[in-house]
Ligand binder design. Structure first.
Ligand code: FES
Ligand SMILES: [Fe+2]
Length: 414
């Protein structure tokens, strides 16, 4: 991130905190609850956003070396993503060209994939390399029967796949100047340390909405995240359909007594990128949490169910440091996570971070989301309100509606 941007975000957050005001969109909107319950909208979303749009599947560290692979079953097209023997990121439809069985499961390292059904074998470049009993099967041009390859781009430590073979990925268009900023954080250096899956009875957009304002921090999260973060203040900027959302931690208070040249965004805030349509990428010093929200893959056209995957990534340095101090980065208790002490090394709270982060989403945010879903499904509440202090919700809902050709959100005029 450019230094002047970093300082301007910190200045703005400090100003808001001093003046006890939040970011102000200057306008309120009415959001129809039907967007969370309409089967027709759900159907269009699956086609446009999940089968017809590039998908951020992981950070580069999930394919750490040549031969690494991972599989994805979240958005209707089964994906096998590989780092081939030359280190190049590739993606294929995870379906055997004989009769369509999956050729790979889970993730790991392998130079070849043997279909479990009749044992046709594919390289990690997708080539069909072996067929048992070819004389009985018949003559077949192997070159035309490799795995179906999909557009795949690795950029700035992010792994993107287009779920259609005839699709294209244009990150300059999709991310604009945000692409360069994202690349500046070195996400590609991070190592995945665990994943949490939350299947909830809430529309996937309600899941995303919980990341769209800090108004609830000091209320819903009073005893959890509210202890670490300042709610009711936000460094916010839009980049096309994406946005940057920066939340101040309580450590920002100390900046006032420190020289400006020592100020650092990651020391005093927790930034989050929303990447259209379904990604929240939250990060800190040596950490990132990739949050991916989908319509329930088992019932993709049921608007009342969703699946969230949260994958946590840490830097090698931080993992080594945590191991050195005896901190178990994989399993920690919730109690010590919020013992915030000024000046204390963040690593102590980071090790607790993954568990608490996930349980806060599940037990606090998504609980609200499930209530909101029921209210929407009752059919008795037609509209919800997006306040002036919730511009990220305005932005997200404006763009998803526009992408589906829906009428814009209605303003609430005082
Ligand atoms: S379906 Fe894969 S080998 Fe037959
Ligand atoms: Fe929340």
């Amino acid at each position: 991130m450019k230094r002047d941007v970093e300082l301007s975000i910190l200045d703005e957050l400090l100003r808001q905190l001093d003046e006890k005001r939040n970011v102000d969109a200057g306008v309120m909107f009415r959001n129809p609850t039907s967007v969370y319950t309409s089967a027709e909208i759900a159907r269009q979303e699956v086609q446009s956003f999940f089968r017809g749009h590039p998908q951020l599947v992981a950070l580069s560290g999930s394919l750490p070396e040549p031969g690494s692979y991972l599989t994805v079953e979240d958005f209707g097209v089964p994906i096998l993503a590989t780092r081939d023997s030359d280190g190049r990121f590739r993606a294929f439809v995870n379906a055997c060209r004989h009769r369509g069985a999956r050729v790979a499961e889970g993730s790991g390292k392998s130079a070849a994939f043997k279909c479990p059904f009749h044992n046709w074998v594919y390289s990690n470049r997708g080539e069909l390399t072996a067929i048992p009993l070819p004389e009985q099967v018949g003559a077949l041009d192997r070159k035309c029967h490799g795995l179906v390859e999909l557009p795949a781009v690795e950029s700035g430590g992010l792994l993107w796949v287009h779920p259609r073979a005839d699709g294209s990925i244009d990150l300059d268009r999709q991310l604009g100047e945000l692409g360069e900023e994202i690349a500046s954080w070195g996400f590609g250096e991070l190592v995945p340390i665990g994943e949490t899956v939350i299947d909830g009875r809430l529309n996937w957009k309600l899941a995303n909405d919980t990341f769209g304002e800090t108004y609830h921090f000091s209320r819903l999260h009073r005893n959890t995240l509210g202890q670490v973060f300042h709610g009711d203040a936000l460094g916010y900027e839009e980049f096309g359909r994406n946005h940057r959302f920066v939340i101040a931690t309580r450590a920002i208070d100390e900046l006032r007594t420190r020289p400006r040249n020592e100020w650092s965004l990651l020391e005093a805030t927790s930034p989050l990128y929303y990447l259209f349509p379904n990604i929240q990428l939250s990060f800190g010093r040596g950490t990132a949490s990739l949050i991916k929200m989908y319509p329930d893959p088992e019932h993709p056209e049921d608007p009342g169910r969703s699946r969230t995957r949260v994958v946590h990534y840490f830097s090698r340095e931080l993992i080594a440091q945590a191991e050195h101090t005896g901190d178990d980065v994989h399993r920690v208790t919730a109690e010590n996570a919020y013992e915030y002490e000024a000046g204390r090394e963040m690593v102590l709270t980071l090790s607790s971070f993954t568990e608490v982060f996930d349980s806060t989403i599940e037990k606090e945010d998504y609980l609200m989301g499930e209530h909101q879903q029921k209210a929407a499904e009752s059919g008795q509440v037609e509209h919800l309100v997006f306040g002036r202090n919730e511009p990220a919700l305005h932005h997200y809902h404006t763009h998803f509606r526009e992408a589906l050709g829906m009428a814009p959100l209605e303003r609430i005029d005082p």
